[in-house]
Design a protein. Structure first.
Length: 332
C-alpha cells in the first residue's frame, strides 16, 4: 500500500488516493478521472470554501459579454439623446423601445439553425440581429443565420428559399426583393414569427429610410450600423445564463428584450465610437429586468438609479452587449 498526492490545476487538490496494489493501475486512473470530474461539475464535494466555489462558479457560468447595468443604461440613454432626438423621434416611449422575444423561441431557433447547418452542409457561424422598421415606424429586430464571407472577412447573413441560397447584403443601402419569395425553411425570425426574404427586405429598407438617412444627413460617419452579430456559442451561453439565474433567484425569466443603444464618443472605441448597437436583457412577464434582484429596467432608467450603480460590476447584471457591428468598413 502507498499514498500518492495528485495536484490539480484549479488550485484545489485531492488530498490522497489510497491504492492497495501497484497492479490496480486501471482502478487508480478511474479514481483520478472521477476526481477531475468532481472539480469541474461538483465543486462542493471537493471544498468547503464558499469564496472558492463562487469564484469558479462565476468563471463557468458568466458569459464573456455580460456588461454592467450602468453601461447598459448609458447605451440606452445615448440612443435617445444622440439618435432619436436627432431625427425628431424623442417622444417614443419606453415600451416602444423594448423588442420582445420569448426565451424558448430564441433557444429553439438556435437549435433549428444547428440542425439546418448539418442538413444543408452550410457552416453557420452565428446570428445577426438585423435592424428593421415596421409599417407604423417602430424600430424592430429580426434574426438571420450567418456564414463567414472569407473574401470580405465578414459575417454574411443568408436564408434559403425554394432550394436557393440567398445572401442578405447588409453592406448595401437598400435591398431588392426577389421575384418569388416564400418562407419555406424558417431561417429569418421576426418578433411575430418567421418571415420570408422579401418581408425581411421591407423591414430592412424601411429602417434605412426612416432612421439611417435622416441621421446621416446630420452626422457624417464612415458607416452606419445595420446589424449586430453574435456567434452561436455566445448566444447559447447567454440563454443558459438567463435560465440559470432565473432558477437560482426565482425570477421567472421568460424572454429576452432587445434594446437599441449607442456607444459613447471615446476615441479608443475606434469604429464603435458613437456607433449604433443593441444590448440584450432579461424579460419576466414582458417586463424588462436588469439584474438578479428583478429590478425593472424602466425604473432604473427613469429614476437615474444607474448613477449609483458600480460602473464596472457585472455580478448581478443580466445585460449582454459587445457584439460585432455590421456592415464592416468599406472595401479597400
Amino acid at each position: 500500500m502507498y499514498v500518492e498526492l495528485i495536484p490539480l490545476q484549479s488550485g484545489i487538490a485531492i488530498k490522497y488516493i489510497i491504492v492497495k496494489t501497484i497492479t490496480m493501475k486501471k482502478k487508480m486512473l478511474s479514481f483520478v478521472s472521477l476526481g477531475l470530474v468532481c472539480v469541474t461539475f461538483f465543486l462542493s464535494c471537493m471544498t468547503k470554501n464558499p469564496d472558492e466555489v463562487e469564484q469558479l462558479d462565476k468563471i463557468l457560468e458568466v458569459p464573456e459579454k455580460i456588461i454592467s447595468n450602468h453601461k447598459a443604461t448609458l447605451l440606452f440613454k445615448n440612443d435617445h439623446s444622440t439618435r432619436l432626438t436627432k431625427i425628431g423621434a424623442e417622444k417614443i416611449g419606453f415600451e416602444d423601445k423594448a423588442i420582445h422575444f420569448k426565451l424558448e423561441t430564441i433557444t429553439n431557433y438556435i437549435t433549428h439553425l444547428e440542425h439546418s447547418a448539418i442538413a444543408k452542409n452550410i457552416p453557420i457561424t452565428g446570428i445577426s440581429f438585423v435592424f428593421g422598421a415596421k409599417t407604423n415606424g417602430k424600430r424592430t429586430i429580426f434574426l438571420m443565420p450567418t456564414t463567414r464571407n472569407a473574401a470580405l472577412d465578414y459575417q454574411e447573413s443568408f436564408t434559403v428559399e425554394n432550394g436557393q441560397f440567398l445572401t442578405f447584403k447588409r453592406i448595401d443601402q437598400v435591398l431588392s426583393p426577389k421575384q418569388l419569395s416564400r418562407n419555406d425553411e424558417n431561417l429569418i425570425l421576426a418578433t411575430n414569427g418567421y418571415v420570408s426574404f422579401n418581408e425581411a427586405v421591407e423591414l430592412f429598407n424601411r429602417y434605412e429610410n426612416q432612421y439611417i438617412k435622416p441621421f446621416a444627413a446630420k452626422v457624417a460617419k464612415e458607416y452606419y450600423t445595420k446589424a449586430v452579430w453574435y456567434s452561436l456559442k455566445e448566444m447559447k451561453a447567454y440563454c443558459t445564463y438567463l435560465q440559470k439565474k432565473s432558477s437560482d433567484h426565482n425570477l421567472a425569466i421568460s424572454g429576452i428584450d432587445v434594446f437599441f443603444g449607442v456607444y459613447n464618443t471615446d476615441p479608443n472605441l475606434e469604429l464603435k465610437s458613437n456607433a449604433q448597437t443593441i444590448f440584450l436583457t432579461a424579460s419576466s412577464q414582458k417586463t424588462s429586468i436588469i439584474d438578479i434582484e428583478g429590478n425593472k429596467f424602466k425604473t432604473v432608467v427613469q429614476n437615474d438609479f444607474y448613477q449609483k450603480i458600480d460602473t464596472d460590476s457585472t455580478d448581478e447584471s443580466l445585460a449582454f452587449n459587445m457584439g460585432q457591428l455590421s456592415p464592416p468598413p468599406p472595401k479597400k
